[in-house]
Structures are given as structure tokens and as C-alpha cells.
Design a protein around this ligand. Structure first.
Ligand code: SF4
Ligand code: SF4
Length: 692
């Protein structure tokens, strides 16, 4: 045995050296900011500053302006992933509080290590975080489910990036914390004329003479003398545009920062300003704003917000020089209109600019043409949303799967409660058992990815030493439920509840084994003496894996690859060929010897078999004749868990109930058949197995 252990350790150390990732190392962020990392974290950065401040971060410059900060989750929050060891994700956050990108640099996550496909999925998932507001909320980002079967790691990394970005920003923008959505009046991010419209910071509308005529007709006005006569139907009557001028990024981009400051100084303190511009025969200015007799009012425009209407007079107005250049200067007319701080106008809520086409007829005519506006979120400071714990989010997202698993476990519990009834019908037992195993492989394993593994055991054992909180243990809802059910069932009934019914890889082996026997594939079983020795293999494997990983002789967990679960179930055979070959070989072995991997090699099976010694109840029924003289059940046991004496070795029993089907079969079980004969029934031929 010690020879086996030595060989196994050598293989593990070899694997560990071949597959070891760069382990996370704190500090010296600059050295980790390779061009490839920067291309994801902040593409197009012109210059990087020094690593400084608390928490530490590196400023990203465009020209001489800081536009973002780059940080490492490891250096600041040192969040742990599924492996209970800290990972390192480098991320960026701009001055508007938006994540600019993120890239994992080092990790020890068991379901991602050595899995190129999942590594790519994780890279894509983190890169798509670009644009997420660090203060909370999202749009267009990927769900952690995108990194199939590694959602815990993905969720933990995303939470760490957001949390670290918040800390970095908060330390560098003291006083900007807000409790309600607030207009960001100070940040500056220069935008071109086209970018302002593309981002929704400016909006515009064209109105033709035909549209005005149609609006007049709809209002039942046939003979109106408009302030400006209509042209041909397709002729432009007015093009008007508007936007909120107050945010520096918008106002400064429109008129230049220096002009922006001058316009602002001429406004009352705290006032908001909108900008309006127009082209075409009709303009937004009209002729009344400079006439005292008309109240110096602007009669061609108004702002509407909810049920409030805001009108303007000349005192609210500042003209913007136009008629030359590009952008706002290239329009026919442009002006600013201020709304007093106490006017009731809310700049972060939607509003509408109404341009009124005026005229006279039998009565005065005024037809409104609206232009809706909502300040883009990029110019709004949002309060930090309360952080939802990753494990709470995981449970919320898994509600359907949790319900389905609860149903599955309820069915399994009923099977065990009523196993005596089920075992009385060979057909019902076979249908229920095979149906259940198919669901376990197809849904629990391949769809929900809930394959309990020695990796989970290691994580749970490592947790207390890594100082993790309760959320770490609850991070994977389905695994938590299966693990708790398994622990209770192994202490109550034995190893077989999980191994016989809930293990997707075990179920896959069994279904393939049944198929192979149905096809007449010859079966092989070792002699009883050799089999007893081979049974020890799984205990050795369990002890070796636990010792190697928990003592960090194998820090990357390479020895857990003895389990084919990651390949055959979690990844559905989408890993590198050596892993696929190994899993395929184990399944192939099972075609010739029922559940060979489970009986001789599985470390999780070994651990459960060791715990099986503690089980409290024996549900499997026996008769005094079992083993002497009858050996029917012994021969019916597919995994040879019944000794010649008739005793069931529960550590090797998979609770498949095959022996119970024989036990209740009064045509095959000799004592029952004899009783039936005495009652006048026909003696079955099966009694000949008594002394077999
Ligand atoms: S022995 Fe291992 S593979 Fe087999 S059923 Fe149990 S846990 Fe699954
Ligand atoms: S047939 Fe074997 S494995 Fe199945 S329940 Fe009986 S003893 Fe256990």
C-alpha cells in the first residue's frame, strides 16, 4: 500500500508542477500591468502614474488629466474564491464611477484551473463588466452563469472588482458620496458634437411644413396665419435641439470649458441651465422676449416636467454666438435658459422641451412639438447601492433549481421510506431507479452542475482556516443542499444514498454498465480476496488527496484530478484530451466491471465509506437463510457488497435495492417460495440457488 501511496504522490507532484498557475502575490501592481492587461482594463491609456494612496491604485492619464484608476483586488480586499485562497483581478474605474474593464491575473479556482474553455469564459465575463456603475446597478453585463459550473468564482471576482472600485473611488473623491441620484456637475469628459447626440446628452427633432400642416388639420385649424408661413410639404420648417447644459461634461463640451465657466457665473447660484438651438425658417426665439409690453417672455418654447410647466423670460436667457464654426456654433440660433434652484425642476428626472408653432386666425394658434430628454446616467452620481452578499445573490438566482432539487430529494426520501413497497415490483423498481438515475445524470449533473466532489469537501475543510464567513459555505446553493442531505443520509442510512442515487458520475457509470450487460459485454470481477484489497484503494485515495491538498504539498489541488467529475460531468467532456482520455478510460472500465471506479478508486466514495461506519439504521432486510444456505441476494448485488455469510457490507452498498427485489420475490427467494409451496403454490426453479 505504501508503494501505491508513493506512486500516487509522485504523480500528484508531477501534475502539480505541470499545471501550477502563477499564485497570487500582493504588491508591485505596476509589474503586473502588462500591455495585454491594460488593453482590457483601460484600453487607450496614454500614461500611468505611480502606485500610491490608500487603498493603493495607479492613476490613468489622458494628456495631463487623470481619467481613471487601476487597482488590484488582491492588494485591497484580498477576496477569496471557491478555493478559499485569494485571487487577483486587476480592474479599472473611471472618474464617473464606471468599471472600465477587469482581468484575472492569478487564481486557484478548482473548476477553472487547467480548463482553457472556462478560462476564456471567465475572461469574457470580466471584460464585459466594463461600463458597470461601481455604485450599483448594471446593464448589458453577463450573468455569472455564463462561466458554466464556475459561477461561484465568477460571482466572487465580480463582487471583488466592484467593492475594490468603490473603495478606490471613495478615497479619491471625498465629499462626492450622495444619498439620492444627483447631477454630476463637476466631472469633465470631453465629447464631440456627434458623441453628445449618440450618448443622449443632446437630442434633436426636425419638423417639416407638412408635419405642421398635419398638426393644424388634426387640431381643426384650417385658416391660420402662422408667424412663419409654411413651405412645401417636405421643406424643413424647424429643426430644434436641446440638452442639459449644467454638467461640465456637456456644457464644457458644447462651448469649451472657459466659456462654460463664464456662462455659469452669469447665472443665479444653484440654477440649472438647458441649451436650445434651432435651424430653419422658424426659430425658438420669437419676437416677444425683447418687448416690455409682451412681458419679455419667450412664447415659442417651454419645459414640461410631470405636471409642471416652466416658461422663460428674457432674464432667464443668455444667447450663444452662432453662425460660424462647428457644433453648437454652427447652428442658426442657440441660447441658454436657466431654471432657478427653487423652481421645482429636477435635472435628473425626464423632461420635455415643447416648441410652440404660433400664429393667429379666428383665435390665436399654438401647436406644440415635443422633444423628450433624460439626462444620461453617466452624468448622474448614484448613491452606493447596498451590497447584496454574493451568496444571497446566488440563492436568489437559483430559485428554480433549488425548487427542482428539493423535489428530487423529496422523491428520493419517499423511495427510501416506501422501499419495501417499491421492491415488491421488479418492473416498478427498475423503472423508478433508472428514471431517477437518468434525471441525476441529465439534470443534476450535466444541466445544474451539482456534482458533489472531494473538491467541495476540501473547500469546506479549508474554510475555517481561511477566516471566511458563512457566505463562503452557502455560496453554491445546490451543492450545499446535496452536501447537507448526503451528510445526514450517510449518518442515518449509509454511504449508499449518495453513491447509489445522487452522484451523477456514479449514475452515469451504472447506466452505461446496464447497457453493456444488456449488450452481452463479458463482465469481470476480482476474486473476493483481491476485491477486499482493491476496496482499500478509495480510502488511500481519499487520505492522499486530503493530506496533499490540505497540507499544501499540492497547493493547486492537482491531486483532485483523480476524480473524473470535472471532466465527465461539470465540463461535459470539453477539456483537454488527457483529462477526457482519463475519464473515458474509467467509464470504459465500468463497462466490464460494475462501478469499478466507485468501488476501488473514488476519494469521495472512500470518505463516505469511512463515515458509513457511523450510520444508525439498517433499512435492508435479511432472513436467517441469507448466506446459509441461500446466496441469491449475494449474487444479485451488482457491486458485490454482500458477503458469502449473507451480511451486507454497508460501506460498499449502494442502496440500489436489487437485493430487496429478490428478498420480496416469492418466485425466486427460496424461503418465500417454500412458504408459497406449502400454501399450495407452485415451487419455483430458483430454489436451486440455495447452495450455489
Ligand atoms: S463512489 Fe464516487 S463516483 Fe461512485 S457514486 Fe460514490 S462519489 Fe460517485
Ligand atoms: S444489492 Fe447490493 S448494493 Fe444493492 S442494496 Fe443490496 S447490498 Fe446494497
Amino acid at each position: 500500500m505504501s508503494f501505491m501511496l508513493r506512486c500516487f504522490s509522485c504523480v500528484v507532484l508531477l501534475l502539480a508542477s505541470l499545471t501550477a498557475p502563477a499564485l497570487a502575490e500582493k504588491g508591485k501592481l505596476r509589474e503586473r500591468l502588462t500591455p495585454a492587461v491594460m488593453a482590457i482594463v483601460y484600453p487607450g491609456a496614454e500614461r500611468l502614474g505611480l502606485e500610491e494612496g490608500s487603498p493603493p491604485a495607479i492613476a490613468v492619464y489622458q494628456g495631463d488629466k487623470v481619467v481613471a484608476y487601476v487597482f488590484s483586488t488582491l492588494d485591497i480586499v484580498a477576496a477569496v474564491g471557491y478555493s478559499a485562497t485569494p485571487f487577483d483581478v486587476i480592474g479599472g474605474v473611471d472618474l464617473n464611477g464606471r468599471i472600465t474593464g477587469a482581468k484575472v491575473i492569478a487564481h486557484n479556482e478548482p473548476y477553472i484551473l487547467n480548463d482553457k474553455r472556462r478560462e476564456q469564459l471567465l475572461d469574457t465575463f470580466l471584460a464585459r463588466e466594463a461600463g458597470r456603475p461601481a455604485r450599483g446597478g448594471s446593464s448589458g453585463m453577463l450573468s455569472p452563469d455564463f462561466v458554466a459550473s464556475a459561477t461561484i468564482s465568477a460571482r466572487a471576482m465580480r463582487a471583488a472588482v466592484v467593492e475594490t472600485a468603490r473603495l478606490v473611488l471613495r478615497a479619491r473623491s471625498a465629499g462626492e458620496a450622495v444619498t439620492v441620484p444627483t447631477l454630476d456637475t463637476e466631472s469633465f469628459n470631453r465629447m464631440s458634437w456627434q458623441e453628445l447626440f449618440a450618448a443622449g446628452a443632446m437630442v434633436r427633432r426636425r419638423v417639416t411644413s407638412g408635419e405642421v400642416a398635419a398638426a393644424l388639420a388634426k387640431a381643426g385649424i384650417s385658416a391660420a396665419a402662422l408667424d412663419v408661413p409654411l413651405g412645401k410639404a417636405d421643406d424643413l420648417y424647424v429643426e430644434f435641439m436641446t440638452g442639459l447644459f449644467t454638467p461640465r461634461s456637456i456644457g464644457g463640451s458644447l462651448v469649451g470649458l472657459q466659456n462654460f465657466e463664464e456662462y455659469k457665473q452669469r447665472m443665479p447660484a444653484g440654477a440649472w441651465a438647458i441649451i436650445v438651438a434651432s435651424n430653419g425658417p422658424y426659430d425658438f426665439l420669437g419676437t416677444k422676449y425683447f418687448r416690455e409690453a409682451e412681458g419679455r417672455r419667450f412664447d415659442r418654447l417651454r419645459v414640461v416636467q410631470d405636471s409642471r410647466t416652466f416658461d422663460f423670460v428674457q432674464a432667464d436667457f443668455q444667447r450663444i454666438g452662432t453662425g460660424r464654426g462647428e457644433g453648437i456654433r454652427g447652428q442658426q440660433d442657440a441660447a441658454l435658459f436657466t431654471l432657478a434652484a427653487n423652481s421645482g425642476f429636477d435635472p435628473v428626472q425626464p423632461w420635455r422641451l415643447e416648441l410652440l408653432v404660433n400664429g393667429s386666425g379666428s383665435a390665436s394658434v399654438s401647436i406644440p412639438f415635443g422633444l423628450d430628454y433624460k439626462i444620461p446616467n453617466a452624468h448622474v452620481l448614484l448613491p452606493d447601492q447596498p451590497t447584496v452578499a454574493a451568496w444571497v445573490e446566488a440563492w436568489r438566482d437559483s430559485r428554480l433549481n433549488v425548487a427542482l432539487l428539493t423535489l428530487l430529494l423529496s422523491v428520493l426520501t419517499l423511495i427510501f421510506v416506501f422501499q419495501g413497497i417499491l421492491s415488491r415490483s421488479r418492473l416498478a423498481h427498475r423503472l423508478v431507479r433508472n428514471g431517477f438515475l437518468v434525471v441525476v445524470v441529465l439534470w443534476l449533473g450535466w444541466t445544474a452542475g451539482a456534482q458533489l466532489s472531494i473538491v467541495n469537501v476540501i473547500s469546506y475543510l479549508r474554510g475555517p482556516f481561511a477566516g471566511v464567513d458563512i457566505g463562503f459555505y452557502l455560496a453554491e446553493p445546490l451543492i450545499v443542499i446535496v452536501a447537507v442531505y448526503t451528510l445526514l443520509s450517510v449518518l442515518l442510512i449509509g454511504r449508499g444514498v449518495f453513491c447509489g442515487w445522487l452522484c451523477p458520475f456514479g449514475a452515469l457509470q451504472e447506466l452505461l454498465g446496464q447497457l453493456s450487460r444488456w449488450l452481452g459485454v463479458p463482465q469481470w470481477n476480482p476474486s473476493p480476496a483481491l476485491e477486499r484489497r482493491l476496496w482499500l484503494g478509495k480510502y488511500v485515495a481519499a487520505a492522499a488527496v486530503l493530506v496533499l491538498v490540505l497540507t499544501s504539498i499540492d497547493p493547486t489541488g492537482a491531486s483532485t484530478e483523480i476524480e473524473p467529475f470535472k471532466t465527465a460531468i461539470t465540463s461535459k467532456f470539453t477539456r483537454a484530451w488527457p483529462y477526457v482520455l482519463y475519464a473515458g478510460a474509467l467509464l470504459a472500465f465500468g463497462l466490464f466491471s460494475e462501478r469499478a471506479y466507485c468501488r476501488f478508486l473514488c476519494p469521495l466514495g472512500g470518505l463516505l465509506a469511512a463515515l458509513d461506519r457511523l450510520h444508525l439504521i439498517n433499512l435492508l432486510k435479511r432472513r436467517p437463510e441469507c448466506g446459509n444456505p441461500c446466496h441469491l441476494c449475494e449474487r444479485s448485488c451488482p457491486v458485490r457488497a454482500i458477503e458469502p455469510t449473507g451480511k451486507i457490507v454497508t460501506a460498499e452498498c449502494f442502496q440500489c435495492l436489487d437485493c430487496q427485489v429478490e428478498y420480496y420475490d416469492d418466485a425466486r427467494c427460496p424461503p418465500l417460495a417454500r412458504a408459497a409451496k406449502l400454501r399450495g403454490g407452485v415451487a419455483p426453479t430458483a430454489v436451486t440457488v440455495e447452495n450455489a
